[in-house]
Structure formats: C-alpha cells, structure tokens
Design a protein around this ligand. Structure first.
Ligand code: SF4
Length: 168
C-alpha cells in the first residue's frame, strides 16, 4: 500500500485544521479514511484529489469572481465518491437512470459496451454519474448521453453557472 498518499493527506488536513476554518464534520470523516487506509488503498487518484482539495479549501469559495478555492461541498462530493466506490461494483443509479433504461433501445452494441464498461464497472467515470454526484439527481438531464463529450461539457458549464448564481 502506498502509505505516502495517506501521510500527505494527514499533513494537509492538520495544516487546514490549524487555521480554525476547516469544518469539523469533514475533519471527522477524513480522519476515518486515514484510520482505515487499507480499505482505500486502491483509490489513489481520489485520495490525491481529496488532498489537493483540502489544501485549497476556502470557506468562502464561490463568493468571488476569480477565486480558485475549493468549497466544503466539493470535498464532500469527493468523499461520497470514495465511499461509493468502496461499497460496490455497480452504479447505484441503475434502478432510476433514464439513460440506462431507455436510451439504448435501438443501439444494442452501444448498450452492451456502456453497461459493461460503465454501469457494471467503472461507473465513477460515467459523465452522468459525475453530474449526479456534483449537482444532484434532480439536475441530471434524462436524455444526456454520457459518451457525448460536447453535450456533457455544455451541461456541466450550464450547471456551474447556475451554481455560481446560487440557483442550485
Ligand atoms: S449510464 Fe452512468 S449514471 Fe446511468 S446507470 Fe450507467 S453508469 Fe450509472
């Protein structure tokens, strides 16, 4: 196991805690990950993302025009991804994902490919799942094709703009 990534996580967390601004409820959850590092040993990318986000945490992220700080919500989103990934090997949206249920009717090859590769595999890479994690299920367009990069980009940009203007 690469213990270094967890040591870095602990160091950055301790530094942020000393500022007195880092939310205690996030602190407890992240300490739980560090204390159970073995369970997260294969989640290197997400742990590194988490470390970077904590390092750039800003209590007022999103308030200014040019800020690059990371909000508590963004960190929470990464924690959710870490815990979802730890729990299972298939997407939790399968029972209610419109795309999974309907969109493939006339595309059997695409259906097999996406279901095998994403829905029952690397669902954390699915663009629909990412939007769900970042913006909530209610903001997930029913017909959005997760492999349509252009459309996905437009939807994410639109949701970010809405979030900035506090409509989300
Ligand atoms: S298409 Fe994406 S969001 Fe829908 S069930 Fe599959 S992995 Fe989940």
């Amino acid at each position: 196991m690469d213990v270094k990534i967890f040591e870095e996580l602990r160091t950055v967390l301790t530094q942020q805690n000393q500022t007195g601004e880092f939310p205690s409820w996030l602190m407890d959850e992240i300490m739980g990950i560090i204390d159970n590092a073995e369970q997260y040993k294969n989640k290197k990318l997400l742990i590194e993302t988490l470390t970077s986000q904590i390092g750039n945490f800003d209590l007022y992220a999103g308030a200014g025009c040019f800020d690059t700080g990371v909000s508590a919500e963004a960190i929470q989103s990464t924690l959710r991804q870490l815990n979802l990934e730890k729990e299972g090997g298939q997407c939790e949206l399968i029972p209610c994902c419109n795309f999974f249920a309907d969109k493939f009717r006339h595309m059997p090859k695409t259906e097999t490919y996406i279901k095998k590769r994403l829905c029952f595999g690397d669902y954390l890479s699915c663009n629909r799942f990412k939007i769900y994690v970042d913006f909530g299920k209610e903001n997930l367009p029913p017909d959005l094709d997760p492999t349509d990069a252009e459309e996905v980009k437009k939807v994410i940009q639109c949701l970010r703009n809405k979030k900035r203007s506090n409509q989300l």
